[in-house]
Design a protein around this ligand. Structure first.
Ligand code: IMP
Ligand code: MG
Length: 177
């Protein structure tokens, strides 16, 4: 891969204002709810989850879940494997899955199934980015940051081969470079 600085696709300012809008929407939708559990999908969601959760004006707790990803390849097999489940009890709680990016949709669909097996009161989804043209399965994103095209993005938690996760913006790289 190249060592060049990724080209800016979504700026830090645009991310921050969109995250603030999503947090306001979530705070209003869950108003009066005392048992919201935000479930971050490791590793990619860690920065989005940190920023989103700190902007909420309602009580919330944080859990993490880990699933297998594509590894270092830019191709999806559609196969998803649970690596680490949540620790806390989700029975009767309101679960909000927080994902970095929805590509084919297989991962999010799988995660919704895992969450439902914990018998929560409700399951909703938030994703910072979606590659709408790549959808292979029908999955609802209740809170979406941005739609992008079919390109590999890094930064704000997202990686390519574990690199560039901590960029403050979302940038584009070309894995074949
Ligand atoms: P899906 O199952 O095809 O929707 O893939 C979702 C997962 O693939 C995400 O949670 C990411 O871990 C990874 N992924 C897909 N596209 C990108 C990208 O452009 N940059 C970084 N990770 C990506
Ligand atoms: Mg992910």
């Amino acid at each position: 891969m190249n060592d060049a600085t990724p080209e800016v696709l979504i700026s830090e300012d645009d991310i921050q204002s969109r995250v603030a809008e999503l947090a306001a929407q979530i705070s209003s939708d869950y108003e009066g709810c005392s048992d919201l559990v935000m479930v971050g999908v490791l590793k990619g969601s860690f920065i989005f989850l940190a920023d989103l959760s700190r902007r909420l004006e309602i009580p919330r707790t944080i859990e993490f879940i880990a699933v297998s990803s594509y590894g270092n390849k830019a191709l999806s097999s559609g196969a998803v494997r649970l690596v680490m489940d949540v620790r806390g009890d989700l029975d009767g709680k309101h679960v909000l899955i927080v994902e970095d990016i929805v590509d084919t949709g297989h991962t999010l669909k799988y995660l919704i199934g895992i969450m439902k097996s914990h018998r929560p009161a409700s399951v909703k989804t938030a994703a910072l980015v979606r590659k709408a043209d790549r959808a292979e399965v029908d999955v609802t994103i209740d809170y979406l940051g941005f739609d992008i095209g079919d390109e590999w993005v890094v930064g704000y938690g997202l990686d390519f081969a574990e690199q560039n996760r901590t960029l403050p913006y979302i940038g584009v790289i070309k894995p074949d470079d």
